[in-house]
Design a protein around this ligand. Structure first.
Ligand code: NI
Length: 178
């Protein structure tokens, strides 16, 4: 399995609208396994293909405590959304930023599994929020889009500054890579 590079805001590739998956084959399952490894390694609870610069409607998630319940949603569709509430979200493409977002806390989703079989599933709480957040990624949308322009600009500047500092830091001041 391969760890993939996660695109970070404001990378314009995160704005790409993903296309439906047409064929569920071994190559797609390899991508799914690479996305799961990338998500666990990050660490995160969800990852959309858009975030690894693959513009297909595919997302993975695992909100379990022991990180042993990987879920795959191919061509996911929300068919019901209920109990709209505010909860805090973060995103692997917007590192270190956590903000309140209003979303449904109960959803019903229809998708295909890793073998192309269609299923429907009711999701609640964090998993419901996660799947809505990842489907937004597939539509080229980020959770910071729900915030005010002022807040979003501040977040962009903060991330750009952090990236600049990381680039300029001399090798000796970086943590050792082992
Ligand atoms: Ni995200």
């Amino acid at each position: 399995m391969t760890r993939l590079t996660i695109l970070e805001y404001p990378d314009p590739r995160l704005r790409t609208v993903a296309k439906p998956v047409q064929v569920v084959d071994a190559a797609l399952r390899r991508l799914i396994d690479d996305m799961l490894e990338t998500m666990y390694d990050a660490p995160g609870v969800g990852l959309a293909a858009t975030q690894v610069d693959v513009h297909l409607r595919l997302l993975v998630a695992d909100v379990s405590e022991d990180k042993n319940e990987p879920l795959v949603f191919i061509n996911p569709e929300l068919i019901e959304q209920q109990e709209i509430e505010v909860s805090q979200e973060g995103c692997l493409s917007v590192p270190g930023v956590y903000e309140d977002v209003t979303r449904a806390q109960r959803v019903r989703v229809r998708a295909m599994d890793r073998f192309g079989k269609v299923f429907e599933r009711d999701l609640t709480g964090l998993l419901a929020v996660c799947v809505q957040h990842e489907i937004d990624h597939l539509d080229g949308k980020l959770f910071v889009d729900y915030l005010s322009d002022l807040k979003r600009t501040r977040i962009r500047k903060k991330l750009e500054k952090e990236r600049r500092q990381k680039r300029e830091a001399p090798a000796s001041s970086r943590a050792p890579s082992i």
